[in-house]
Ligand binder design. Sequence first.
Ligand SMILES: [Zn+2]
Length: 360
Amino acid sequence: MLLSIKTKLNLTPDQKVLMSKHAGIARFTYNWGLLTWDNLYRDGLKPNKFILKKFFNNYVKTEYAWIKEKGICQKITQYAFDHLGTAFDRYFKKLGERPTFKKKGKQDSFTIDASGKPIPVGGTRVKLPTIGWVKTYEGLPHTTTQAITISRTADDWFIAFAYEVETSPSAHQVDVVGVDLGLKALATLSTGVMFPNPKQYKKQLRKLQRLSRQLARKEKGSNNRYKAKTKLAKLHVRIANIRKDTLHKITTYLCKNHARIVVEDLNVSGMVKNRKLAQSIAGSGFYEFRRQLEYKCKKFGSELIIANRFYPSSKTCSNCGHKKEVLSLSERTFNCDNCGFSLDRDLNAALNLKALGCSA
Ligand SMILES: [Zn+2]
């Protein structure tokens, strides 16, 4: 069964420019194709997308250097003709209107592929052919796709693709997943998917600290103090919203794609004395994280397992089961003294949680 997904991209300003360039070339090609189609038709010929493609590649593309600019995926012109052909097919079958010229800023989109090779997707990063890595806000399912369409609505860019699933859409793609919660990565999954701590969140937290210090220096009862207080209150709301949004993305992804989810029990008040840890789910939002997981598990028919807080997920080797005596927070890589296994600390912990879920 073929499913499709469309979600918002998290692009840098440079990437947005690059996307606009691609969309511009796709639009140019489509409009050129439509104009040529009409001309050929008027001359009594029967145009089709194959003739147009061939003519365009041999005679037109060579004259427009900007189409062949470095960093531009050359697949987009092929797809522009495919889209035009499909639009005419629909028109002839009376399923749609006659194709019209595309206007800049309206229906900006383009499609690319990897010359028949499947494109791997999954998590919040995708490597687009030629274009390179782009980020998404929402985690993508772990799969592959044949072609990717990028489109724009207002100022936002979206990624869309179709992917094959073996069984019914409600079936989970990975049975058991272990989730390690941390600071650098908010959540690391045993599947290798990682949700980073949003940069915006850290930035706002620094701002919060600065504002708090400023407030302390303002004279009590003064107008300036009132202003600073209002500012601070607004910032608190903003930070809470960013955090909630992030948690929703993680919990939806988890429950949607996995049948059994194993997380550590971090609901221990007073455990988080460390100021830095307050930025993580562990420090600031485990209760909310767990609440979301619980109701979303019901919604998607998955199961939540909370590992006992004494379960040594970080200290245990996920390869041989050997348990370390000490593992300091600064050690980012788990190195096993017993079997020589070496792995990212968080991923190792996530794998141990997964193992716990498999034996439960
Ligand atoms: Zn080991």
